[in-house]
Design a protein around this ligand. Structure first.
Ligand code: NAD
Length: 419
């Protein structure tokens, strides 16, 4: 049997590399080494057949020096404590990098939502929020959707939290339905942010987007919008895969039509005019931009050597193993790291929280304009650190920018000594 992937250890190694490169204050490193807390809960759910099943869940709060904790909640059979811890840490660095006043958190419930009825899913969602209610709140920790959780589940979360607290506080959760105070543009935000970062990178590294070829693993929320927005920019999407299989057409696939096909059939497979391709074959497709937008740990030492793309843009969280990262660097493949590439989602979640605090809502154009500015500024900061030779890769440069902000906040709050 293969060894389980050590998510938190891998995440910590990255921080260590950036910390060494920038000679980070060891006190700061020490404070970031482990999450501030992880709450493990058992959630009993009355199933439709009358029996009670107990689900295990976690809420990990990594660091809140910059503001209340923020991070998604995923429902997944592999959402174990180690993965949730690593993703919480990733949120700390992502929020710091894009300049949001949030700390990093993540939640997970070990379950397979495809095996639950709507009623069971609702009871599990409400039960999980009751179990973690004491450590969340608009000024404490603000959950959001992640894998297999969505606006509907956020609606149940907000309602259950109101029952527990006795007051309706819509800012406790982001990614809500618009009618409950969700933000315009939130659904598309991560995919749109991926496109904004690619726009910046194209200008910085001299890639012509008109006609640039794109392959995407994952055609869910992030992958499908990234495909559509890049198509609108003039890129040619030539390969797409989902959990059931993939499709390839070197002359281009229209992602809007592909989405219609996927909605009708449940998969991108057998889209007219394309050849079948597996997820692994997709990674070896010759293209300008490869976008992993599905799961973590997809690009490893096993397949990195075969990659024939110019760039990898990490729309998924943690898609590249450290060994693969080194191979890609050696082979001259540019990697735009997850904490930068997919920060559009948490950025618009932040906008939602701001709008909830004001009880005043912005138009979608306003949201998108603000998002573009946040993504462009973050890219430019990372690019500056990278091009000054401080970070050897964009990933290390991104972590350096984030760590600098965290260190400054820790000093200013008196968490560590120093001037
Ligand atoms: P989603 O559940 O909407 O979509 C996931 C997609 O990946 C689906 O098309 C699914 O079929 C596909 N997939 C799953 N396993 C696969 C496999 N083995 N091979 C090929 N395809 C596979 O999820 P999402 O919200 O789009 O999130 C995708 C990734 O982006 C995750 O890593 C998530 O953590 C990350 N992310 C999401 C957001 C967001 O706002 N949704 C924000 C930041 C990061």
């Amino acid at each position: 049997m293969s060894q389980p992937y050590r998510h938190y250890e891998v995440a910590s190694q990255l921080v260590e590399k950036a910390a060494t490169a920038m000679q980070l204050d060891p006190q700061v490193k020490e404070l970031l080494r482990e999450p501030i807390r992880t709450l493990t809960v058992q959630v009993p759910v009355k199933m439709d057949n009358g029996t009670v099943k107990v689900f295990q869940g976690f809420r990990c709060q990594h660091n809140d020096v910059l503001g209340p904790f923020k991070g998604g909640i995923r429902f997944h059979p592999e959402a174990d404590e180690d993965e949730v811890k690593a993703l919480a840490a990733l949120m700390t660095y992502k929020c710091a990098l894009v300049g949001l006043p949030f700390g990093g958190a993540k939640g997970g419930v070990l379950c397979d939502p495809s095996e639950l009825s709507q009623g069971e899913l609702e009871r599990l969602s409400r039960g999980f929020i009751r179990a973690i209610a004491s450590i969340i709140g608009p000024d404490k920790d603000i959950p959001a959707p992640d894998m297999n959780t969505n606006a509907k589940i956020m609606g149940w979360f907000v309602d259950e939290f109101a029952h527990v607290q006795g007051t309706y506080q819509r800012g406790v959760v982001t990614g809500k339905p618009i009618v409950l105070g969700g933000s315009a543009g939130r659904t598309e935000a991560t995919g749109r942010g991926v496109m904004y970062v690619i726009r910046q990178a194209a200008a910085a590294f001299g890639l012509e987007l008109e006609g640039a070829t794109v392959a995407i693993q994952g055609f869910g929320n992030v992958g499908n919008y990234a495909a559509k927005f890049l198509h609108d920019e003039g890129c040619k999407v030539i390969a797409v895969a989902d959990i059931f299989g993939g499709v390839y057409n070197p002359t281009g696939i229209d992602p809007y039509e592909l989405k219609d096909h996927e909605q009708k059939t449940g998969s991108v497979r057998e889209f007219p005019g394309t050849k079948p391709i597996s997820s692994q074959e997709l990674f070896a497709v010759k293209c300008d931009i490869l976008i992993p937008a599905a799961l973590g740990n997809q690009i490893t030492a096993r397949n990195a050597q075969d990659m024939r793309c110019k760039w990898i843009v990490e729309a998924a969280n943690g898609p590249t193993s450290p060994e693969a990262d080194e191979i890609l660097q050696r082979n001259g493949i540019l990697v735009i790291p997850d904490i930068l590439a997919n920060a559009g989602g948490v950025t618009v979640s932040y906008f939602e929280w701001v709008q909830n605090n004001y009880n005043y809502f912005w138009s979608e154009d306003e949201v998108n304009q603000r998002l573009e500015k946040v993504m462009a500024d973050a890219f430019q900061e990372v690019y500056k650190t990278y091009s000054e030779g401080k970070g050897t890769t964009l990933r290390i440069a991104a972590y350096m920018v984030a760590l600098e902000r965290l260190a400054a906040a820790m000093k200013a709050r008196g968490w560590v000594s120093g001037n």
